[in-house]
Design a protein around this ligand. Sequence first.
Ligand code: AMP
Length: 306
Amino acid sequence: MNKLVIVGTVAFDAIETPFGKTDKILGGAATYIGLSASHFNVDAALVSVVGGDFPQKHLDLLKGKNLDTSGIEVVKDGKTFFWSGKYHNNMNNRDTLATELNTLADFNPVVPKAYTNAEVVMLGNLHPLVQASVLDQMENTPKLVVLDTMNFWMDCALDDLINVIKRVDVITINDEEARQLTGEYALVTAAQKIHKMGPKYVVIKKGEHGALLFHNGQIFSAPALPLETVFDPTGAGDTFAGAFTGYLASTSDYSFNAIKNAVVYGSVLASFCVEKFGTERMETLSSDDVKSRLLKFKELTQFELV
Ligand code: AMP
């Protein structure tokens, strides 16, 4: 089985949407990425940090999904990363109410020895220097390195972020972040600028409007599944990234065609994530659910020229 290394936050989130409000619940980029990647035939390890306040039951949940958690450091006298956000009525925009780095502030990631030869590395959202340190620890050059980030790191660590972006094959980023990173409003132009920074593949996520894949002058578009209710979009981008990397690592095929399929799998898994608050839907998702929704995506996008 191919190996996948996932670095990112394992966190507490407090979320407010027009449908309700939660107290501190399980969240974090690596959590969503891992839960999503666990639907593919890969041996995935999470690299992250939590505090002594992090309940064992959350770690057990991740282990129960066959994710290797030995790379999650527990700082007994520290506090877990905390993020809080509030969504506007359209659910595509949100305000960050709080970002408390806590143990993440002095985190030195350690990739478990058994995973330093992983074929795929998913650099989830956290400090770009932590993302770079994970790459430095890989023994062999990975077949595919994917990076996700957000405006927070553009605001406070832009130079470090640009340095790590140079080292990756794929970047997944949302539309507003692509605009912020490049200063370009048109996504096609933004993608061209990001290509020049390093990544051969640029995936721009547009929330309920789907995702665009840019490569070598070509563009592929995948829709988001039109849903009656989007309860909570938190983690949709990370869930996308988890399926994207999980699928590719499970096939060992890194061609443009396989990457298009990975974008579709990313969209399929993300469509579940938003159906309930936090990680709730991803915790109960079955492989039959995934299979039947994949067929829905096929129906949604296939047509014959007449
Ligand atoms: P997404 O909705 O895909 O952007 O991801 C939301 C997740 O990212 C939440 O579970 C948060 O815990 C996590 N998160 C929010 N802000 C940050 C940040 N600055 N760095 C790392 N992870 C973050």
